[in-house]
Write a protein that binds this ligand. Structure first.
Ligand SMILES: [Zn+2]
Length: 319
């Protein structure tokens, strides 16, 4: 069959220039922070403040004067405006600053302009391109910094440098860079162009997705696809084909999407990573979605996009 390019990948819509060549310049960072045009996204435990403006949802951004104190990360520059994230309790959210207050399921019900707390899973697909990109980036950086206060070599404290893109050990001077964990996610097809869907052991009945797993040290992406499918459902796959990627900073994955072709249809489910798996034709899938017997991953996920790319159009029904 003919495939379309995968998309749209809602968490891969970054528009700002990351200014990688300038973020090591401390004077420049100080200067852009002080600009009245600079805008700051406050990030706390993966959450930020958003508000509804008409039909749009936007991130609440502060001037550097109004932003709370906290670790500062340069997110980049767009149209002469510099964007930072500050890791700090969310302004005006007393006592609930651990981010557990979440956006109502229907943002349209909140008064226009009123800031509400939201995480990437909730609003990653609702924000515009610029704000979605800023939030993905801020969530990823915050999660890395939160777990790298100490040097992995000697255990001493580390300090933020280069606008949040390096932590430097205060004792031995070693530099540590934000890490990303590559994970492959693959839509496996059989000779009849059916798609394999599976349920994780902790998931409720009816919640299905495609297979995925982390790339291991010393392994190529293609090998990871073949190994994970064999481990989880006992199938041999060939011809893994890369379709696209998006960050999934929960806390630091990069999802790399593939199609792969199974050489047989006989499944042998491992029951540790997978509770059940079965093949779906397009008709079987749309029927199962229509009856509600099956639900697919949400629109912000690359899994959803891979399934819709195989299916050939949008599908109903979210987790
Ligand atoms: Zn050290």
């Amino acid at each position: 069959m003919e495939e379309h390019l995968i998309g749209p990948l809602l968490l891969a819509r970054s528009t700002v220039d990351r200014s990688a060549l300038r973020r090591g310049d401390a004077d420049w960072l100080k200067e852009v922070w002080a600009r009245p045009t600079t805008r700051v996204l406050v990030i706390h435990d993966g959450h930020t403040l958003v508000r509804r403006q008409g039909d749009d949802v936007e991130a609440v951004l502060y001037t550097s004067d109004d932003a709370p104190e906290g670790e500062r990360y340069l997110l980049g520059v767009e149209d002469e405006v510099a964007y930072f994230a500050v890791a700090a309790p969310l302004p005006g959210i007393d006592g609930e600053a651990d981010g557990r207050v979440t956006v109502p399921s229907n943002l349209a019900d909140t008064p226009e302009g009123r800031p509400v707390v939201a995480g990437l899973r909730q609003v990653g697909g609702l924000l515009g391109d610029r704000d979605a990109g800023l939030l993905v980036y801020a969530v990823a950086l915050e999660a890395w910094h939160a777990t790298h206060e100490f040097c992995p070599r000697c255990g001493s404290r580390t300090a933020v440098e280069a606008g949040g893109h390096i932590r430097v050990c205060l004792s031995d001077g070693s530099q540590h860079f934000p890490r990303v964990d590559p994970a492959v996610i693959m839509l496996v097809r059989d000779a009849d162009d059916r798609c394999l869907l599976a349920r994780g052991p902790q998931w409720p009945e009816g919640r299905l997705s495609i297979l995925a797993g982390f790339v291991e040290p010393g392994e190529s992406l293609e090998h990871a696809v073949v190994r994970e499918v064999a481990e989880e459902v006992g199938l041999t796959v060939v011809a893994p084909r890369y379709l696209g990627s998006q960050p999934w900073p929960f806390p630091r994955s990069l999802m790399l999407g593939f199609f792969a072709e199974a050489t047989s249809t006989r499944l042998s489910v491992d029951h540790e990573e997978i509770a059940e798996a079965r093949w779906y034709s397009r008709d079987e899938l749309s029927h199962a979605l229509a009856t509600g017997e099956l639900r697919l991953p949400p629109a912000v996920s690359i899994a959803r996009r891979l399934i819709e790319t195989w299916y050939g159009g949008p599908l109903e029904g979210d987790w």
